[in-house]
Design a protein around this ligand. Structure first.
Ligand code: ATP
Length: 245
């Protein structure tokens, strides 16, 4: 019998503080390959902090993160994990074209100072095509619309060949076309075996997008199906008021 595969994302008892602010409080979240998990919570509930901790970009006070059974730094070196940050976390004035940004997804294979090999260029072209940005590939990244920028970062994860994808509010401020393009792509990637953790404030879109969902309020309040998470009494737990999706 083959050994059981480690979960794609295995977060246990994760506590993160920024000074006096308790951003995550013993959060536990386990996600398998082939699954899309929606992360739902109020502003300030710790969603971005969870992504950063999973990427190894913030140091937890307590708890562990394993990606495919390995610490985040090793998973990053192996190019196993791709991250689409919140728009606010990106310097859009950086003089990179869309193609350059997507090519950074390949740096683990070629090193930043080496010239792109044909396989790298082919992977980048394919990724640009899948997010429908081929026509804009040579434009400076800051000269794209919000939705197009999100698609460029999704393309970076695609070009990288990441099997774990973390997307921090990829639908914020994007139009229906970009939203549909990204959602369809995420479903296809999950069908190919990727594990996808995606935060969203778009509760309507959750059932079509995600196989499972997490309600976060520093702690994981609930990890269940999207329909269960969207029950008004559960949303009231996380948002503190009666809202209907
Ligand atoms: N660098 C930082 N220094 C101090 N406090 C921080 C820092 N980053 C985040 N915080 C605080 O940690 C808490 C969690 O923030 P986080 O960005 O993870 O929330 P979020 O759920 O992603 O919010 P949003 O939905 O608004 O993006 C908030 O109270 C926030 O103010």
């Amino acid at each position: 019998m083959s050994p059981r595969r480690a979960p794609a994302i295995d977060v246990r008892d994760l506590t993160v503080r920024y000074g006096d602010v308790l951003a995550l409080d013993a959060a536990t979240l386990v996600l398998g390959h082939g699954r899309v998990c929606g992360l739902v919570g109020m502003n300030g509930s710790g969603k971005s902090t969870l992504f950063k901790a999973v990427m190894g970009m913030v140091r937890p006070d307590r708890g562990t993160v394993l990606l495919d059974g390995a610490p985040p730094a090793r998973a990053r070196r192996a190019q196993a994990v791709g991250y689409v940050p919140q728009s606010e976390d990106v310097d859009w004035a950086f003089p990179l074209s869309v193609r350059d940004v997507v090519m950074t997804g390949r740096y683990g294979y070629q090193g930043p100072t080496r010239r792109a090999r044909p396989a790298d260029r082919a992977a980048v072209d394919h990724a640009l095509d899948r997010v429908e940005l081929t026509d804009l590939a040579d434009r400076q990244i800051g000269a794209l619309s919000g939705g197009q920028r999100k698609r460029a970062f999704v393309a970076r994860g695609l070009a990288q060949g990441a099997t774990i994808l973390l997307l921090d509010e990829p639908f914020a401020g994007v139009d229906k076309r970009s939203e549909a393009t990204i959602s369809t792509l995420l479903r296809e990637l999950a069908a190919d075996g990727a594990a996808i953790l995606v935060s969203t404030h778009d509760l309507h879109a959750l059932p079509a997008l995600a196989d499972e969902a997490v309600l976060l309020q520093q702690r994981v309040l609930l990890h269940s199906t999207p329909d269960e998470v969207l029950r008004p009494e559960n949303l009231a737990l996380a948002f503190g008021l009666e809202i209907t999706p």
